[in-house]
Design a protein around this ligand. Structure first.
Ligand SMILES: NC(=O)c1ccc[n+]([C@@H]2O[C@H](COP(=O)([O-])OP(=O)(O)OC[C@H]3O[C@@H](n4cnc5c(N)ncnc54)[C@H](OP(=O)(O)O)[C@@H]3O)[C@@H](O)[C@H]2O)c1
Length: 339
C-alpha cells in the first residue's frame, strides 16, 4: 500500500507521513511480545510505512536485531522500501545502566560498524547522535557521520534533541535531513525557537512522544501497573497528582474525539500532523508495538482537523497544560534542546 509521503528537509529522503518508532518493542515500556513486535513491523511495512526508527542502545542492540529479523523475514518489496533511522552515542553497562554519551569520531565509526551488522543492512538511511556529547563539539560528531556518508555507509545525517544553536552549527558542517525531538499537544517546547530554525534551514522534524509515551493516548489509566523497567514509572508526568492532572486533560480531549467519531490517540497524532501541514515538514514517529495500536495510529492520517476542531483542542489542552517535566531531572540535564 502507499501512504502519503514527506521529504525530510531539503536534502533528506522521502518517507511515509507516519514513521514507526520501535523502541518500546525492546526497552523502556516494560516487557514486549517479540512475535507481536515483528508482526507489527511487518504490518507497518505492508501498510506503506517506510521509516523505522531505533537506537543502538535500546536494550543494547536488541532493538536493532529485532528490526534486522523483521526486515529479513519481510517480503523483498517491503524490505527494499524500508528506511532505517538509527540513534547512537548512549553508553550502557551490562546491568542496563546509562553512563553518558560518546560523540568522538572514532566512537561514531565504531557504533556504526556494529549497527550495520545488527540491522543486517549495507547502509543506514539516517544516522544521528541521541544526545550531544558535552566533551565533543557537534562539528566533530557530524563531521564523522559525513565521512560515513561519503563512504556509503550512511545516507543522511540527523539530529536529536538539540537546540537552535547546535542545529545551526551542525547544518554549517554538513547537510542535515531532520531533527528528532519530542513534540505533542503537551510538549510544545519546539514552537518558539527550534521549529522556526529548522524551517529556516530546510530541516525536517521527526516528532517522537506524540502520545506522550501513551499518557495522552486515551488508553492509559491511573491503575495501570508498570514494570520496574518502565520509563513511565520514573517520568514526572506519570506521578501522583501530575498523572491525575494530565489524565484530566485527556478526558477533555476525549469529548472532542467522541464528537468526531475518532479515538483520542488519533486526535493527538492528527494534531501533530496538522502542525506540519503547511510546510509538510513534521513526521510523527508513533511507538505502536501491537498491530491494533498501529492500525489506530495510521487512522490518524484520515482525520481532518478544521479550524473549529483545532480551537476546541487548544481550549481543552492549552500549551503548557501538562503537569511535570517530560524527563526526570538527571535526563533533562542532557537535553541541549532545553537550554
Ligand atoms: N530521539 C529521542 O530522544 C527519542 C526518545 C524517545 C523515543 N524516540 C523514538 O520515538 C519513538 C516513539 O516514541 P514513543 O514510543 O515514546 O512515543 P509514543 O507514540 O508517544 O508512545 C508510545 C506508547 O503509547 C502507547 N499507545 C497507546 N495507543 C497507541 C497507539 N494507537 N499507537 C501507538 N502507541 C500507542 C503504547 O504504550 P503501551 O504499549 O504501553 O500501551 C506505546 O508504547 C520511539 O519508538 C523511538 O524510536 C526518540
Amino acid at each position: 500500500m502507499n501512504l502519503p509521503t514527506r521529504k525530510l528537509g531539503t536534502t533528506g529522503p522521502h518517507v511515509s507521513a507516519l514513521g514507526l518508532g520501535c523502541m518500546g518493542m525492546s526497552a523502556l515500556y516494560g516487557d514486549a511480545d517479540r512475535a507481536e513486535s515483528i508482526a507489527t513491523i511487518h504490518a507497518a511495512l505492508d501498510a506503506g510505512v517506510t521509516l523505522l526508527d531505533t537506537g543502538d542502545f535500546y536494550a543494547m542492540g536488541h532493538n536493532e536485531m529485532l528490526i534486522g529479523e523483521a526486515l529479513r523475514s519481510a517480503p523483498a518489496a517491503a524490505r527494499e522500501k524500508a528506511l532505517t533511522s538509527v540513534k547512537f552515542g548512549a553508553l550502557r553497562d551490562p546491568d542496563g545502566g546509562w553512563s553518558g554519551y560518546d560523540g568522538r569520531p572514532a566512537a561514531v565509526r565504531n557504533f556504526a560498524a556494529y549497527s550495520l551488522q545488527r540491522l543486517g543492512v549495507d547502509h543506514i538511511d539516517v544516522y544521528r547522535i541521541a544526545r550531544i556529547d558535552p566533551d565533543v563539539p557537534i562539528e566533530e560528531t557530524v563531521g564523522a557521520i559525513a565521512e560515513l556518508v561519503e563512504k556509503g555507509h550512511v545516507r543522511h545525517i540527523g539530529l536529536s534533541e538539540v537546540g537552535a544553536d547546535t542545529i545551526r552549527r551542525a547544518a554549517a558542517t554538513a547537510p542535515i535531513s531532520d531533527l528528532q525531538i519530542e513534540y505533542s499537544l503537551i510538549s510544545r517546547g519546539i514552537e518558539d525557537e527550534i521549529l522556526p530554525t529548522t524551517r529556516e534551514l530546510g530541516i525536517g522534524i521527526t516528532a517522537y512522544g506524540v502520545l506522550s509515551r501513551g499518557l495522552i493516548s486515551g488508553h492509559f489509566s491511573r491503575d495501570r501497573q508498570l514494570a520496574a523497567n518502565d520509563f513511565r514509572g520514573m517520568s514526572p508526568r506519570f506521578q501522583g497528582e501530575n498523572l491525575q492532572h494530565n489524565l484530566d486533560l485527556v478526558e477533555q480531549l476525549r469529548k472532542i474525539a467522541e464528537q468526531k467519531g475518532v479515538s483520542v490517540a488519533q486526535i493527538a497524532i492528527a494534531w501533530v500532523l496538522s502542525r506540519g501541514a503547511e510546510h509538510e515538514d513534521i513526521v510523527p514517529l508513533v511507538g505502536a508495538r501491537r498491530r491494533d495500536r498501529l492500525t489506530e495510529a495510521l487512522g490518524a492520517l484520515d482525520v481532518t482537523l478544521d479550524a473549529a476542531d483545532l480551537a476546541a483542542i487548544e481550549e481543552a489542552v492549552p500549551a503548557d497544560a501538562a503537569a511535570g517535566e517530560r524527563y526526570p531531572a538527571a535526563q533533562m540535564a542532557h537535553l541541549d534542546s532545553e537550554r
